[in-house]
Design a protein around this ligand. Structure first.
Ligand code: SAH
Ligand code: SF4
Length: 384
């Protein structure tokens, strides 16, 4: 379009006010294609190019997207932005685990944990600010729920941590190269934030973007039965982990109040019918609380409960949270459970805590008052 008879220069692209611009990280590939086609008549290949720039190359400035035409870049610049949660603080544990504190655009705080394992790194992401489930042993549960995270805030944790490790002066451990596993086991109940977690998983899966296979993504739930069924039917591809944590309704309801609504038998029936691909397994997480759920009878019931579900059992010795009134069982007890499960032909692993010295282990994540943090811990620069 050329300017008509006028002394003014007519620009084709009218920039939307900043607050009206949309975050490109809120769309999966299909949605992005539809959005750009509808609003600007962009062809489908544009969304493929964008996914690659946004997630593979982690580029945030439209100027740098050199294979996209200048006109299209101007349209994008005028109407969209690419967010990142701000890294407020990084704490490094003695065992190599890094805990990230993020400040979101509205001031809320969340945490992600990059866990060092033998040959790889696993990133544990949050799905909510706080959590509504209120499990009695979990520090996040004490916070209550402030709000769900947006898709951009979930996927933004992955992108921001990737940015951070790529900027470390020495990457001798090959963090960037090996970091591949993503677990939804940070703050929040992922299936309570169903749409945004599912969209984030689809974005992680996208072969033009982060391209993380379903084997390397795990969504962990406290047992929301209808949402588990829906997740099994959806397009997001990830492993399912279920926090079992008890073998009787009486104990489970005390520990995880939603068990009253969706008791064990119903949960197990749902899992028996869960559409698993051949060779795939459901992970049962079992937080071991001394004297509460680790009796000989519990072990017997656990074996019976899981035996007809393709599964593995991940024993998690309780990570201590001051004031919650639980104790960690002895190492001998944890090993004896594992041996007994293995002897019964059941796949079983132990998740020894990581990052305990910086409160980064399972169930230890919490941000004070969600908006302000009066941490007494020494702040460690992200470059150290
Ligand atoms: N809300 C989801 C995912 C986040 S919690 C869920 O509950 O599954 C991730 C795991 O940490 C869950 O298996 C939970 O049972 C476990 N967990 C919570 N508090 C813990 C604690 N203090 N010690 C050990 N594991 C804990
Ligand atoms: Fe929420 Fe999971 Fe903690 Fe329970 S264990 S309160 S579901 S984060």
């Amino acid at each position: 379009m050329s300017s008509q008879v006028s002394t003014e220069v007519v620009t084709e692209v009218v920039a939307a006010p900043l607050e009206q611009r949309a975050d490109l990280l809120e769309f999966d590939r299909k949605e992005l294609g539809a959005e750009l086609a509808e609003k600007f008549g962009f062809e489908a290949f544009r969304s493929r190019q964008l996914i690659s720039w946004l997630y593979r190359r982690r580029v945030r400035s439209f100027d740098s997207m050199t294979d996209i035409s200048k006109d299209a870049r101007e349209q994008l610049e005028a109407n969209y932005f690419v967010s990142r949660p701000k890294i407020e603080e990084v704490q490094q544990s003695k065992d190599g685990t890094r805990k990230y504190l993020f400040r979101l655009a509205d001031g809320n705080l969340i945490e992600s944990v990059l866990i060092k394992q033998a040959t790889r790194y696993t990133l544990c992401v949050s799905s909510q600010v706080g959590c509504a489930i209120a499990c009695k042993f979990c520090r996040t549960g004490l916070m209550g729920l402030t709000r769900n995270l947006k898709t951009s805030e979930i996927i933004g944790q992955v992108l921001a941590v990737k940015d951070d490790v790529a900027s470390l002066p020495d990457d001798e451990d090959g963090i960037s190269a090996n970091f591949g596993n993503i677990v939804f086991m940070g703050m929040g109940e992922p299936l309570h934030n169903f749409e945004n977690v599912s969209r984030s998983v689809r974005l992680l899966n996208d072969d033009l973007g982060l391209d993380i296979s379903e084997r390397k993504i795990t969504v962990s739930t406290s047992g929301l039965v209808p949402a588990i069924e829906k997740f099994g039917q959806g397009e997001a591809r990830a492993n399912l982990a279920v926090s079992l944590n008890a073998t009787t309704d009486e104990v489970r309801t005390k520990l995880i109040p939603i068990n009253k609504k969706w008791p064990l038998e119903l949960l197990l029936k749902t899992l028996r019918e869960y559409p698993l691909k051949p060779g795939r397994k459901i992970t049962f997480e079992y937080v071991m609380l001394a004297g509460v759920n680790d009796t000989r009878e519990d072990l017997g019931r656990l074996k019976r409960i899981v035996q007809d579900i393709p599964s593995k059992i991940n024993l998690i010795p309780y990570n201590s949270n001051a004031g919650l009134g639980f104790e960690t069982p002895s190492k001998d007890k944890v090993y004896s459970w594992q041996h007994s499960l293995l002897d019964a032909g059941l796949n079983s692993t132990i998740r020894w805590s990581k990052g305990n010295d910086i409160d980064a282990a399972c169930g230890q994540l919490a941000t004070e008052s969600s908006k302000e943090k009066g941490s007494s811990k020494k702040k460690i620069s992200k470059k150290e």
